[in-house]
Design a protein around this ligand. Structure first.
Ligand code: FES
Length: 101
């Protein structure tokens, strides 16, 4: 079933990407980045393979697998873009292996 972006839109900044990306709170961050043309590697799209990981520099996300609420700062775990949804404006640092280059 296709994801339906909802009315709440967050601004997503990705280190190394000039444009500010819009993401609905009902669409995965992977989907939002793909629609903006950011070359993110992915495989499972279910939060399992860990290839699409990013560090949360600022903001908060809800991740469905593993199910977590992640806040930036401290020892926050890496998030999986394919399973994570913005819960605020965000700044992200994609892990080197998450770039499709
Ligand atoms: S594509 Fe596998 S964890 Fe995101």
């Amino acid at each position: 079933m296709a994801e339906q972006p909802d009315a709440v839109r967050w601004q997503i900044r990705v280190q190394g990407v000039e444009q500010v990306i819009q993401a609905g709170s009902g669409e995965t961050l992977l989907s939002a980045l793909e629609q903006a043309g950011v070359p993110v590697r992915h495989a499972c799209r279910n939060g399992v393979c860990e290839i699409c990981e990013a560090r949360l520099i600022a903001g908060a996300v809800t991740q469905r697998y593993p199910a977590l609420q992640i806040q930036a700062g401290g020892d926050a775990p890496l998030l999986r873009l394919c399973a994570a949804y913005a819960a605020s404006d965000l700044e992200l640092e994609l892990m080197p292996y998450a770039w499709k280059r």
